[in-house]
Design a protein around this ligand. Structure first.
Ligand SMILES: Nc1ncnc2c1ncn2[C@@H]1O[C@H](COP(=O)(O)OP(=O)(O)OP(=O)(O)O)[C@@H](O)[C@H]1O
Ligand SMILES: [Mg+2]
Length: 339
């Protein structure tokens, strides 16, 4: 592994939020099948057997695709968020999304949108995340989501399918979506885990963004060593599962594999407050950059900056624009490693 001059890789960096690059961006559509109303609160100590008195809660519209769309907007880009919603939690979710000023298309479902609960333990700084199961979908409901996406995507654009699938939705749903995207000349991006990930990879996608944990589960190995990470990401490229694999490694940064080889980028050193939304922020910046026409190496720098900006934000808060710009400038000094 030979560190190289960062200027060699990718175009000169201008700020991700540079307004002049938004107008020429390709269309980006995100899909959230299993959104969650994120409830965040804090308490002094988490223990069992007694009531835990918590602070007033904050509510955010969470779930992979919705988060990605929200970050893209914060960074000055445009994305259409397609998501499902049902019940009174779904009504609240819609209001929160509309308040963000993002163009949305809602697929109404019978069951209630789930809630996720995040509790910060003030005495230790630990975070407890309770992730609930989503509502059961009927076949009509999930097929309706495919129809809405099919009507919305435009040739040459990006479709980002992110997050888990709720009960009732078949494991090959993202694979079906990938096929639909390919037929429409749209680049399908998938961020999920387990069987839904395996099926999507078997179908073939443009970009997949597993975390180390997710790819390790997929290949049945720990992926502890740098070499095993490169090998696993590169194998997906060789097998035709994806054109790009962005393997995120938490505090160790990320690896990007494609047919041109693999590159690794560390993170800037930051004080971790909450890792919620790091992967979504990474993916949002990565795809926004590609949609704006930047090379993959530049997109990777922006993505690592956005992921790291998310971890310095409290609770379920996503990255904020100023932090991304500042960290992107710091990352410009870090060496990309070609493997
Ligand atoms: N502790 C950290 N310090 C600095 N940056 C971080 C840290 N954790 C995450 N990041 C940034 O966020 C990106 C995504 O993080 P990570 O690999 O944990 O993905 P994730 O999708 O959030 O994980 P998962 O889906 O398994 O919960 C990393 O590539 C990095 O840029
Ligand atoms: Mg993730």
């Amino acid at each position: 592994m030979k560190p190289i001059d960062s200027k060699r890789a990718g175009s000169p960096l201008v700020g991700l939020t540079d307004a002049s690059s938004s107008w020429r961006s390709k269309q980006i559509v995100t899909l959230t099948m299993n959104p969650a109303l994120d409830v965040s609160t804090s308490t002094d100590v988490v223990y069992s057997g007694h009531k835990l008195r918590c602070s007033r809660s904050t509510l955010d519209p969470g779930g992979g695709g919705a988060n990605v769309a929200r970050v893209i907007h914060r960074l000055g880009g445009q994305a259409v968020a397609v998501y499902t919603a049902g019940g009174t939690t779904g009504d609240t979710y819609r209001r929160l999304m509309e308040a963000e000023g993002i163009p949305v298309l809602v697929a109404a479902v019978q069951g209630s949108t789930r809630q996720n609960v995040t509790v910060d333990e003030k005495s230790t700084g630990k975070q407890f995340r309770f992730v609930l199961e989503g509502p059961e979908f009927s076949e009509n409901e999930w097929r309706n989501c495919l129809k809405i996406v099919g009507r919305t995507i435009r040739s040459g654009g990006y479709l980002i399918a992110s997050g888990s699938l709720p009960p009732g939705v078949p494991d090959d749903f993202y694979a079906q979506l990938a096929r639909l995207a390919r037929e429409a000349d749209v680049r399908c991006v998938v961020d999920t885990s387990g069987l839904a990930l395996a099926e999507a990879l078997a179908e073939g996608v443009f970009l997949v963004k597993p975390s180390r944990r997710e790819l390790a589960e997929h290949v049945g190995a720990t992926l502890d060593s740098e070499q095993s990470q490169i090998d696993a990401a590169s194998a997906l490229i060789a097998e035709g599962c994806a054109e790009y694999v962005a393997l995120t490694l938490g505090e160790a940064g990320a690896v990007l594999a494609s047919k041109s080889g693999a590159i690794r980028l560390p993170t800037p050193s930051v004080k971790v407050v909450s890792t919620v939304g790091a992967g979504d922020s990474f993916l949002a910046a990565f795809v926004l950059r590609l949609a704006q026409g930047y090379p993959a190496e530049a997109a990777l720098r922006s993505a690592v900056a956005a992921g790291s900006a998310a971890v310095i934000s409290p609770a379920t808060e996503l990255c904020c624009r100023d932090d991304v710009d500042r960290l992107e400038a710091e990352i410009a000094a870090l060496a990309l490693t070609f493997e």
